[in-house]
Design a binder for this molecule. Structure first.
Ligand code: SAM
Length: 257
């Protein structure tokens, strides 16, 4: 089901929010920068390029992702750590704690923010981007198919992503002593190829579902989902328009006066 060529066609669309977030982090010369949910580390490297004197640490819970990250991107200055973001401990406070498209996989964002805030140096910045497309037709269709009797029991325990409203992040982080900028952007991607929205979802949302179902049931799941997505996201001659909303937070810890 995985189509690396198709995934690479979406690569720029997936990278764009990382750089939109990074552009709003004004820290000039951080000593320690941490990438939370770093995945295969490609974008962790971009943090190293932005701050060439900083020590960079990528953190992820997935051994498979980290194996690739370590093989391709580890260096004297760029390291990787396997840990759950809800509990991760760092070697020292981070001047920039950065996370692109990862925190939505964790529950209890209030507890998460409290934990992450404790990892940020005085004057340091916590910056994150989370997908907030959970009410979009694409996700509603996935939920609809997931709830069908054929699939519901097998998929009962598979985790869903979630995002809180922007005001939630603002309230919590101000309460924790941060100055906060928060905003939301809807990208109108134009996806190339056939069944483009299905292919996009196979890169993220559908991965845990498809893996849990196994090949035969996964095929049935995708065959049910495909026409629903085709009807919600009609292909045009130039591609398939696919709106995608993301939330951004840049929070800086106010140093004691
Ligand atoms: C969509 S990928 C994003 C990777 C990278 N940040 C990027 O922008 O390309 C989400 C990453 O979050 C990681 N992740 C999910 N839940 C996690 C958790 N509880 N602790 C640590 N990493 C987690 C996954 O293993 C995955 O590598």
């Amino acid at each position: 089901m995985w189509d690396p060529k198709q995934y690479n066609l979406f690569r720029e669309a997936r990278r764009r929010p990382f750089f939109d977030l990074l552009a709003q982090v004004k820290t000039a010369a951080p000593a320690r920068v941490v990438d939370l949910g770093c995945g295969t580390g490609d974008l962790t490297l971009a943090l190293g390029e932005r701050w060439p004197a900083a020590e960079i640490l990528g953190v992820d819970s997935s051994a498979a992702m980290l194996a690739e990250a370590r093989a391709n991107h580890a260096s004297a200055r760029v390291g990787f750590l396997q840990a759950d973001l809800a509990r991760v401990e760092l070697p020292g406070p981070a001047d920039v704690l950065f996370s692109n498209a990862a925190l939505h996989w964790l529950d209890d964002h209030a507890g998460l923010l409290t934990h992450l805030a404790g990892l940020v140096a005085s004057g340091g910045t916590l910056a994150f981007q989370i997908p907030a497309n959970f009410d979009a037709p694409s996700h509603r269709r996935v939920e609809e198919v997931r709830a069908l009797p054929r699939f519901a029991a097998a998929l009962r325990d598979v985790r869903r992503g979630h995002a809180e409203p922007l005001a939630f992040y603002l309230d919590h982080l101000v309460g924790l002593g941060f100055v906060v900028e928060a905003w939301e952007t809807t990208y109108l991607h134009v996806l190339p190829g056939d069944d483009a929205v299905l292919q996009w979802l196979l890169g993220t949302t559908l991965r845990p579902l498809v893996t849990t179902l196994g090949p035969e049931e996964a095929t049935a799941f995708l065959d049910t989902l495909r026409p629903l997505l085709q009807s919600d996201y009609p292909a045009r001659p130039y591609g398939t328009p696919f709106p995608f909303t993301r939330r951004f937070v840049v929070a800086t810890r106010v140093p004691p006066s």
